[in-house]
Design a protein around this ligand. Structure first.
Ligand SMILES: [Zn+2]
Length: 285
């Protein structure tokens, strides 16, 4: 079944997110499980967790994706910040497991004050620690490609591959592909030729099956601008041709497509979801 959803708010109660997703007709969704711009302050109550799980089952919304907060940086060389980031990541993973969600999406972090290779090593080391301490959990970590602004890692597939291949079991982690970030990082996905080339790079470096989630966004920034800004589907520089080709790509049929398009009200999600459904050639849900 075609999986299409949005990033939805948890405002009020975490389980309201499922109501919001259901209201706009999503069969998959992404959330921040806590304030994404703060360090961890509180834990979810057992009651909230059990209501969330009940609603998830009732609505059938699956997969459910949690996005890691922006405050963590697993690539930093600042020792104290690094330790806090690893600890918080583990707590977030444990909480995601309690919620019964499927995936935890993370960026690779920033190597600010250091070098790309040191940043990648720091990230790999952190990921190994996290995976070895959370073996029994049922949540899969997905590495998201970045726009490559500043010293952010993960804008090129070789960086993702170097992390994945350093793991004792590379099958433990998957990938989340963000279309707006691909564009910002210089992958021309506005044409079929550009997408075929990008997909063959993914196939060689990472394997197409590894892509569990696609963050499906358009952008008005220039190709290779390294600027991370999302806009309505089909209204940006990637455009309808490129986005339709990705959406209908046979090698991505297994992936969940999640919109992170700007929104002021529910109308914005409704409009973008409608556009995507029109683009999906055999849409029949
Ligand atoms: Zn994204």
């Amino acid at each position: 079944m075609f999986k299409l959803g949005c990033h939805v708010s948890i405002a009020g109660k975490i389980y309201y997110s499922l109501d919001r997703a259901e209201r706009i007709g999503c069969n998959t969704m992404q959330i921040f499980a806590r304030n994404p711009r703060q360090i961890r302050k509180i834990q979810l109550s057992d009651e909230d967790i059990s209501i969330f799980k009940e609603k998830a089952e009732k609505t059938g919304i699956s997969p459910i994706v949690v996005h890691i907060p922006y405050t963590l940086n697993l690539a930093t060389s600042r020792e104290r910040f690094y330790d806090i980031s690893v600890r918080e990541f583990i707590l977030d993973l444990i909480e995601a497991d309690k919620l019964g969600v499927d995936y935890l999406v993370t960026h690779l972090g920033s190597y600010k004050g250091s070098t790309e290779s040191v940043g990648l090593l720091q990230f790999s080391k952190a990921l190994k620690m996290i995976l070895s301490e959370t073996k029994e959990l049922g949540v899969k970590i997905l590495l998201e490609n970045s726009a490559g602004s500043g010293q952010w890692l993960g804008s090129k597939f070789y960086q993702l591959a170097s992390v994945i291949n350093s793991l004792p079991d590379p099958q433990q982690v998957g990938v989340c592909l963000d279309t707006a970030h691909l564009w910002a990082a210089g992958y021309d996905i506005s044409t079929k030729e550009g997408i075929d080339q990008m997909m063959s790079e993914v196939e060689t470096g990472l394997g197409l099956k590894r892509i569990a989630v696609v963050h499906f966004n358009d952008t008005q920034e220039d190709l290779g601008s390294r600027r991370d800004c999302h806009c309505d589907i089909g209204k940006g520089k990637i455009g309808v041709t490129g986005l339709s080709y990705i959406l209908n790509h046979q090698s991505l049929r297994h992936a969940a497509f999640i919109l992170e398009t700007p929104k002021k009200s529910q109308d914005d999600d409704d409009r973008n979801l409608k556009t995507v459904k029109k683009m999906y050639t055999s849409y029949n849900v």
